[in-house]
Ligand binder design. Sequence first.
Ligand SMILES: [Zn+2]
Length: 276
Amino acid sequence: MIARRELLALGALGWMLPARAHDLLLAVPAAVEQGKLVLGKTQPGAKVTVDGAPVEVGAHGMFTFGIAYDRTKAARVEARMGGRVAHRHVDVMPRIYQVQQINGLPENEVSPPPQVLQRIHEEALAIAKARAQETNAVWYAAGLDWPVAGIVTSVYGSQRVLDGKPRAPHLGIDIAAPAGTPIRAPADGVVSLIGPNYVLDGNLTLLDHGQGVSTCYVHQNRFEVKLGQRVRRGEKIGTIGATGRATGPNLHWGLNWFQVKLDPSLSTPTPLPPRT
Ligand SMILES: [Zn+2]
């Protein structure tokens, strides 16, 4: 049985199945924006590649992949089953990103000393390792709910300039809300990392939503889940805080396909979270 939420997600993607649905070997969107988690559908048991690399095919023939924030080239998707082959191109629609100036950070925050850099490096490795997990589940396919209500203070892709020095683009969404506000799982998943007191991220949780799709929760005040715990959509996983490098209580919310950082607001029912 396909859950109702999944049917809604499929319908929203234009996958209202034709009468000869069993003949449909490969369905993907014709074009998506940069930063999009792309949902595809094939026949269960088919072999699918994206840009020539195999991707896992899960329940109901669902598969997924991500389009990086700066990717411009179309993705080439291929499905094969029983001698049949289908090809599709997913075109990429470029976006215009914001530029954000941030001034007045203390010097040790802008250029950390070597021992702090070493910690940052080790923490980044732990995060990359958790994001490399490939769980045989398609929990992501029903879409993401906003994890918290609040005000978006920084959107995906904004170019940050710290005290005049250009930094990596901000590849997540910052949602400001009062400290202690509950953060809720946006979809079913498994807790794949509990990062306590990380230098940049503070208290960090990663949720694995299956097939390489994960979400992260940065700057939390408190953890409400444990490593390996199975969480349900809407379940409380932590609370809003200002731990790590944060200018005030907020949630940095990120979405990944393996190591590719995506825009979670392209997978939510509305482009902005509800206001508090
Ligand atoms: Zn952020």
